[in-house]
Write a protein that binds this ligand. Structure first.
Ligand SMILES: [Fe+2]
Length: 253
């Protein structure tokens, strides 16, 4: 992976070079995230029975999955797709335009680009080739596990107003949106556009438990104390408390 890490580093270097401190730290956030998603991907791959070729394909897809974040932020100064562009599609276009993965066989490149394109979809489309499905599932889990940790740190800080990472949502103590709560109760992934405050974001992250594909990822949600932190940050009400057991049962299943 050294070679691909170097390619990714050279690709992102011009963006990171900006003298604007705020922009630099936003780019850095995505650069560090990409490396941690690669680490998570390696953890999942080790837990599965995959060929070295499959592992390499997943690793590269993981490392490059957010390539589109750099040109997206450069052009629109936001990571909010709904206010700018689909960063997954933008990433695929960028990899092709800059020919970043030129040395890979076409068949392998096709899986990587497909998985990147699908990494931020609400659901994985039903009829896609098995190899693409596996890589897509791996990078979606790897991505979610990292985002959970990052988001919880941001949400725990008192000065998160206006943070790009939290999509401009505000802290409204004791408030939650019914549709977001209903999704978690139903064991479904909550919808981004339904969120109206940071408690909703906490519930959305909790709802990702139901979209994780692998045992390794589910265990991380427990071992990294994601569930514990979410509940400690949410309002202490019976409605919320009732969500705990089903989520834990699912994660331990
Ligand atoms: Fe992404």
């Amino acid at each position: 992976m050294v070679k691909f890490k170097d390619i990714f580093k050279s690709f992102s270097a011009p963006y990171l070079k900006t003298s604007n401190e705020r922009e630099h730290s936003d780019y850095q956030l995505k650069y560090d995230h990409s490396l941690r998603v690669l680490e998570n991907c390696q953890g999942i791959c080790e837990s599965l029975n995959l060929t070295p070729q499959q592992i390499q394909t997943a690793d590269i897809a993981a490392l490059f999955h957010d390539t589109g974040r750099f040109p997206q932020y450069f052009k629109y100064k936001t990571f909010k797709d709904c206010d700018s562009c689909n960063h997954a599609t933008m990433g695929v276009k960028q990899i092709i335009r800059e020919n970043l993965l030129r040395d890979l066989p076409k068949s392998q490149l096709r899986i990587i680009l497909g998985a990147i394109a699908l990494h931020n979809r609400m659901e994985i489309p039903p009829h896609i080739p098995e190899q693409l499905r596996t890589v897509t599932k791996i990078i979606r889990d790897s991505d979610k596990i990292d985002i959970m940790g990052v988001m919880l740190v941001h949400m725990n800080e008192s000065k998160h107003l206006g943070s790009v990472a939290l999509m401009g949502l505000e802290e409204k103590p004791d408030e939650i949106t019914d549709s977001v709560l209903a999704s978690v109760k139903a064991g479904e992934q909550a919808i981004y556009t339904d969120m109206t405050c940071i408690n909703d974001f906490r519930l959305l992250i909790l709802s990702w438990a139901y979209d994780l594909n692998y045992t390794w990822s589910k265990k991380q949600m427990i071992n990294r104390n994601v569930v514990g932190q979410i509940f400690s940050q949410l309002p202490d009400t019976p409605k919320i408390a009732r969500l705990y057991e089903p989520v834990m049962n699912h994660l331990n299943s």
